[in-house]
Design a protein around this ligand. Structure first.
Ligand code: NCD
Length: 314
C-alpha cells in the first residue's frame, strides 16, 4: 500500500502524511474546511455529516489540544467518539496494536485517530485496517498532517498566494513532525521561499529539505519574512540534551518584539503549541497583535472535520 491509498472513487482512504499528497487534495481539504468553518460559525449547528459513525481516538502519547480538537470536530459533526485511554488499555496487557484495531473495527469503528511516539505506527495500522480510515494525529518526528493543514489554512486566510511568501520555521526542526508536515504543505502550495533556522544540532539532515534556505542567525532568517513558525524544544524526543542553556537559547533564537521588527511589517507569528514562553517566544509576542496562535487552534476543528468527512465519504 502506498501512503496515499485511494479507494475506487479516487478518494483518500487514510491521512498519514502530506508528503506527496498533491496540491489538489490539499486545496480540496482546505476549501472543505472553509465551508465547514462557515457552517459552524458562532456556535451554529452545521451539517451532521458523521451521524451514526464512530470515531476512535487512540492516543499513545499525552495530548490535550490535538485530541480535544479531533474529538470536538467529530462530535460537532454528529459522530460517536470513543477515547481509548492507552494507559488502561489491553495493549498494556500485551495485546498487539493490530489486535486492538481489529477488535474495535469488529465493533464497527469507522475511523481511528492515532498518535504514537514511534514513526510509522499510523501507517502500520492503516495497512491492517479492513474498512476503517486511519488519521495520523502525530507520529514521532515523522508527520502531523492535520497540523500542517491547519497552519496552511491560517496562512491562506491572510495570504492566498503562497508564491509571494517568505516563511521561516525556527527552533527544533530536527525533532518536529509539525515542521515536516508544514514543509510538505508549504512546498505543495508553492511557497516562494522557505527558511529554516535554529542551532545546528537541531537542524534536519542537510539533504532532507533541499529547497529550503538554512540560517543559523535568527535576525538574518527573520529579515523580510512574512510568516514565522516558532517551534518548541522537544526534549522528550532528544536522545541527549542538545540545548543545555535555555536562557542562551532564548537570547539567540527566542522571538522578542525587538526581533520581530526585522520581519516584514505585519508578519504572522505562529506556534503549534504547547508553547514555552520565555524559551522560544516572548510572552508579549505570543499575546501580541501579530500572533495568530489561537486562530491556528480554532482552525484545527474545521480542518479535522474536513479530513474526517472526506475520508469517510460524507
Ligand atoms: C505538537 C505535537 O505534539 O506534535 N503539538 C501539537 O500537536 N499541536 C508540537 C509539540 O509537541 O511541540
Amino acid at each position: 500500500m502506498s501512503e496515499h491509498a485511494l479507494d475506487s472513487n479516487g478518494r483518500l482512504r487514510h491521512l498519514i502524511t502530506l508528503e506527496g499528497l498533491g496540491r489538489q487534495h490539499i486545496e480540496d481539504l482546505l476549501d472543505r474546511a472553509c465551508e465547514l468553518r462557515l457552517a459552524f460559525a458562532d456556535g451554529a449547528c452545521g451539517p451532521q455529516l458523521l451521524r451514526g459513525r464512530t470515531i476512535v481516538n487512540l492516543f499513545f502519547e499525552a495530548s490535550t489540544r490535538t485530541r480535544s480538537s479531533f474529538e470536538l470536530a467529530a462530535r460537532r459533526l454528529g459522530a460517536t467518539v470513543l477515547n481509548f485511554e492507552m494507559s488502561s488499555s489491553s495493549t498494556s496487557k500485551g495485546e498487539t496494536l493490530e489486535d486492538t484495531l481489529a477488535t474495535l473495527e469488529a465493533m464497527q469503528a469507522d475511523a481511528f485517530v492515532v498518535r504514537h511516539r514511534e514513526n510509522g505506527t499510523p501507517e502500520r495500522l492503516a495497512r491492517h485496517a479492513k474498512r476503517a480510515a486511519v488519521l495520523n494525529a502525530g507520529d514521532g518526528n515523522h508527520a502531523h498532517p492535520t497540523q500542517g493543514l491547519l497552519d496552511a489554512l491560517t496562512i491562506r486566510d491572510r495570504h492566498p498566494d503562497f508564491s509571494r511568501l517568505k516563511v521561516t520555521l525556527c527552533g527544533d526542526i530536527r525533532h518536529s513532525r509539525v515542521a515536516r508536515s508544514d514543509l510538505h504543505v508549504l512546498g505543495a502550495l508553492g511557497t516562494g521561499e522557505i527558511r529554516l533556522c535554529g542551532p545546528a544540532a537541531l537542524m534536519p539532515p542537510v539533504d532532507e529539505f533541499p529547497g529550503c534556505r538554512v540560517f543559523e542567525d535568527f535576525d538574518d532568517a527573520l529579515s523580510g519574512s512574512d510568516v514565522l513558525i516558532m517551534l518548541r524544544l522537544q526534549r522528550e524526543r532528544m536522545a541527549e540534551a542538545l540545548v543545555s542553556d535555555e536562557a542562551e537559547y532564548f537570547r539567540r533564537f527566542g522571538l522578542t518584539s525587538e526581533r520581530l521588527r526585522h520581519a516584514a511589517p505585519e508578519a504572522l507569528v505562529m506556534h503549534p503549541g504547547p508553547m514555552n514562553r520565555g524559551i522560544e517566544i516572548a510572552a508579549d509576542v505570543a499575546d501580541g497583535p501579530q500572533s495568530v496562535i489561537l486562530e491556528q487552534v480554532s482552525n484545527g476543528i474545521p480542518v479535522r472535520m474536513a479530513a474526517l468527512a472526506s475520508l469517510l465519504g460524507a
